[in-house]
Design a protein around this ligand. Structure first.
Ligand code: IPM
Ligand code: MG
Length: 372
């Protein structure tokens, strides 16, 4: 199969972690007999520096013409004073919209080897395996009107939370479908005691649930869901929620499993999927070679699974990451104070070695068998 990817490494630690993900993709492609074609483009702060546009037209065109997009991170304090449309984040938000990527999947799993890495007691976090399904193109992020106007001292700012029934319906279906491949539980998170958007959300999600009688649906207010996520994280299966609540809860879930650097994400639903680690650009550690590449590497696994239906290849990467962690390798964010740590490239190399040994024997024949 031809894996035609656009790589937008972006800002901060983005380029460092993406290099490791690319190495892993190269090894997996070679092992399973796929051709990898990469087109590298600018986004975010890197694109603002190059041409004062956080999503230049050639970047967008390349993304739209590829089989999938792998993104590092966007964001840099250098642009903090820029107006909204000239901030790095504007490039990412526009890319999500142009790709029609309305479904953001953010798994948060407590890896057995990292049980002690969570700030929560091991017995609380043990077995945690959550999939957050975040609506990505609606709500406060995109709602119109939006503005900031007036004279200093009496300025007013406005954002609009807006959801239409079809938007809620399509994301709800994604959550129910994915729940079928898991523990068949969907928790829909809203603020229906206060917000009209949430009342509509709850009504539509409940209606869609009747098409999935085999999946158990429950509802939770977002404040109480945030508390339960810390008290009993292992009880959650699929969390279905709107854009802003999903942004907040997914970082919290990263804290719960103690490894934000490990979290991967997929933004799908449109013609081209977008894959990125959840951790962000981390400007404080950029260029030091200590960033954790596993979030980017696991995002590459999600890319193979969701955009190319290459389940074996995705599973091979995930098993390699588990094996590397089980063997005790840690980047600095994962290491205990007494433990030695691996650099970004050392960690990447460990994963490629593990992919090589796990895929030995998975020849082209294996792939053909699978797709037959
Ligand atoms: C995320 C990030 C983005 C978001 C920012 C960088 C625009 O926080 O992917 O969670 O808020 O969606
Ligand atoms: Mg976020």
């Amino acid at each position: 199969m031809l894996l035609n990817l656009t790589i937008v490494a972006g800002d901060g630690i983005g380029p460092e972690v993406i290099e490791e993900a690319i190495r892993v993709l190269e090894v997996v492609s070679a092992a399973f007999g796929h051709d990898l074609k990469l087109t590298r483009k600018n986004i975010g702060g890197a694109a603002l520096m190059a041409c004062n546009d956080p999503l230049p037209p050639d970047t967008l065109a390349a993304c739209l013409n590829s089989g999938a997009v792998l993104l590092g991170a966007v964001g840099s304090p250098a642009f903090d004073k820029n107006p909204g449309h000239l901030r790095p984040e504007a490039g990412l938000l526009r890319l999500r919209r142009e790709l029609g990527a309305y479904a953001n999947l953010r798994p948060a799993v407590c890896f057995p080897a990292l049980l002690e890495g969570s700030p929560l007691r091991a017995e609380v976090v043990k077995g945690t395996d959550i999939l957050i399904v975040r609506e990505l193109l609606g709500g406060l992020y995109f709602g119109q009107p939006r503005s900031l106007e007036g004279e200093p001292g009496s300025r007013q700012a406005l954002n609009t939370m807006r959801y239409g029934e079809p938007e809620i319906e399509r994301i709800a279906r994604v959550a129910f479908e994915l729940a079928r491949g898991r523990r068949r539980q969907v928790l829909s998170v809203d603020k229906a005691n206060v917000l009209e958007c949430s009342r509509l959300w709850r009504e539509v999600v409940t209606r869609i649930a009747s098409d999935y009688p085999d999946v158990k649906l429950a509802h939770q207010y977002v404040d109480s869901a945030a508390m339960l996520l810390v008290l009993r994280p292992a009880d959650f299966d699929v969390i279905l929620t709107e854009n802003m609540f999903g942004d907040i809860l997914s970082d919290q879930a990263g804290g719960v499993v103690g490894a934000l650097g490990l979290l991967a994400s997929a933004s799908i639903g449109g013609p081209v999927g977008l894959y990125e680690p959840v951790h962000g650009s981390a400007p404080d550690i950029a260029g030091k070679g200590i960033a954790n590449p596993l979030g980017a590497i696991l995002s590459a696994a999600m890319l193979l699974r969701h955009s190319f239906r290459l389940e074996r290849e995705a599973g091979c990467i995930e098993s390699a990451v588990q094996a590397v962690l089980a063997a005790g390798h840690r980047t600095r964010d994962l290491a205990k104070p007494c433990q030695s740590s691996s650099s970004t490239t050392e960690m990447g190399r460990k994963v490629t070695e593990a992919v090589r040994s796990l895929s030995a024997g998975s020849s082209r024949t294996g792939v053909q068998e699978k797709s037959a």
